[in-house]
Write a protein that binds this ligand. Structure first.
Ligand code: URA
Length: 232
């Protein structure tokens, strides 16, 4: 669940409790599953608010055991680039090379992303690169909804400290994690969405470009929109 949805649900919960109190109901029986859900919601909010800086988030990620992905990881994968950047790239999750290096986008897809950055004349120090999940899913499968949800408060923390002007979602998982939509890339790309005080754009993942190079042209069109937005 992203920060906006979480805040909305907490607000609803507070309003409902107030309403019940106003008609004289001070206690309720809540089923265990529902109670755990509410406690998780409140605890997530607390831990998200309690990060003081990106280093604290990085350390929390290194120790994280919130979802089963921690069991097989060699390294957690937090970020690459600079936290002072206006541009943030978000991928899906670490692959084999990233799991070994502890850095995002260092494998084949990463080499292609580096070429895209070069074409945009954006040095690595001018961008911040991270992923939706910070541990490698086995066999590079797509992370599950619960895995994305468990990791989302780290990503929300990264966004709130970096404060990017533009966020580029690389692929469908990043679009799902950031925009909360399962729409196809072809229907999402080519335009900006407003969220997290940033302009969000969705484009194809570099791995998809390796499979189908004809999409490079479309990614380049999206990156030109980004360059215009940041005055590059
Ligand atoms: N693919 C991703 O989505 N992220 C990485 O870090 C590497 C490959």
């Amino acid at each position: 669940m992203n920060e906006e949805d979480r805040n909305y649900q907490i607000k609803q919960l507070k309003q409902d409790t107030k309403l019940l109190k106003s008609i004289g109901i001070n206690g309720l029986y809540i089923q265990k599953a529902q109670r755990d859900k509410i406690l998780n919601l409140l605890n997530d909010k607390k831990s998200q608010d309690s990060f003081k800086n990106l280093d604290e988030i990085r350390i929390a990620v290194e120790r994280c055991e919130r979802c089963p992905l921690h069991k097989e990881r060699k390294n957690t994968v937090f970020s690459r680039g600079s936290a002072m950047s206006d541009v943030m790239f978000i991928g899906e999750g670490p692959g084999k090379d990233e799991d070994e290096a502890g850095l995002p986008f260092v494998g084949r897809a990463g080499q292609l992303l580096n070429k895209i950055l070069e074409a945009m004349k954006l040095p690595i120090d001018n961008v911040y690169i991270c992923n939706i999940v910070k541990c490698r899913p086995p066999q590079n499968r797509k992370p599950t909804f619960d895995e994305i949800d468990s990791c989302s408060h780290y990503l929300m923390g990264q966004i709130s400290f970096v404060k990017p002007k533009v966020i580029i979602c690389l692929g469908a998982t990043a679009a799902e994690g950031i925009l909360g939509t399962k729409e196809r890339i072809k229907d999402l790309r080519g335009k900006f969405f407003d969220k997290y005080n940033a302009k969000i754009i969705v484009t194809y993942h570099p791995a998809a470009l390796l499979r189908d190079p004809s999409r490079k042209k479309l990614v380049w069109e999206d990156m030109q929109l980004v360059m215009r937005e940041i005055g590059q």
